[in-house]
Design a protein. Structure first.
Length: 172
């Protein structure tokens, strides 16, 4: 089973990411599978009890933190994401979490070679013309911060839906 460890925002951050997604969807149409988060890692072949225990212990030590969203990027090549600055806590926590789980991580979230791009996925642009959105996102986007206050484990299914397996609050 593949498992995703993900940072999830507080209520205000959730609303902000959802509002950005709604604006984009209003222009380009919706795509399934939206859940406001930033992936910390995607893991294959890991025992659930092992990753859950490590996640629980990690969340007990981690503190809520801010994430700065800097702009949009097309990845993979048809997925529109809202890119977060890879600095401060998000970079530190990524390295710390992966020291114990890196052997299970996918190529995009493992430590070496370092390809980690913290982001929140907005839309699947497959079969759509990005130029419809390009002018709007470049003209109207203003960078912003959200607060991360939870660490969750989830799994995804082919039909682009998520199942949240566990949720751990980060303590102030």
């Amino acid at each position: 089973m593949d498992i995703c460890a993900m940072w999830t925002p507080d209520e205000s951050g959730w609303e902000r990411l959802s509002a950005v997604r709604a604006t984009l969807s209003g222009i380009a149409g919706t795509s399934p599978g939206f859940y406001p988060h930033i992936s910390l890692g995607v893991y294959y072949g890991v025992d659930f009890d092992l990753i859950d225990e490590r996640t629980r212990l990690f969340a007990r030590e981690a503190r809520p933190f801010s994430v700065f969203f800097t702009g949009f990027r097309l990845v993979n090549p048809s997925v529109l994401v809202l890119e977060a600055a890879n600095e401060g806590c998000i970079k530190h926590y990524h390295a710390a979490f992966h020291t114990q789980l890196d052997e299970y991580a996918d190529e995009w979230t493992r430590l070496s070679p370092y390809k980690y791009l913290p982001h929140s996925t907005m839309l699947n642009m497959s079969g759509r013309d990005f130029s419809v959105l390009e002018q709007v996102v470049q003209r109207d986007f203003l960078p912003f911060c959200i607060r991360i206050d939870k660490l969750q484990l989830s799994r995804s299914f082919e039909e682009e839906r998520y199942e949240i397996l566990t949720t751990y609050d980060l303590k102030d």
